[in-house]
Design a protein around this ligand. Sequence first.
Ligand SMILES: [Zn+2]
Length: 185
Amino acid sequence: MAIVVDPGDGTDLLKVQEILRRHGLSVQAIVITHAHIDHIGGAAKLKAATGAPVYMNSNDMGLYDHLDMQAGWLGMPAPAKTEIDCAAREGDTLRLGETDFHVLDTPGHTQGSVCLYIPELDTLVAGDTLFRDSIGRTDLPGGDSRKILSSIHHKLLVLPEETAVICGHGSSTTIGREKELNPWL
Ligand SMILES: [Zn+2]
């Protein structure tokens, strides 16, 4: 069983499907950290292929409604859209086997941005909220620079320092490293 986070469309989706095939995994849930096209563009196709429900915070529905506009900004065709099956909310837990994935509400990069904290694995899936040496941009519609800093300080930097952070783009890091070295914090 697997939880897929943020399937993009095109080659991103092909890579995800190749990994699922190679390991013989069935998809239990598709979790969207936020409704930017590079994080949600493959959700409809992956859901059609697997039957897995799509989780997203409802505060990003407005952004998802304008997926065609996001595609237009990037000069690409708009990907297929799907129903959002489950609202991902602060305090929600998805269970995969013996492992719990906790939803953390972390608005700022978008209004409905969430992160997933997996204590058993000492791992945070940070979407586009926290990066190695950087934070998510807040100049796109729904972005809020004050909120993203509040989310990072109150929800992420309070996690154990050894927590591995898987970022939506670029290299992974740890909470401790970003606390010490991230120039934006
Ligand atoms: Zn984004």
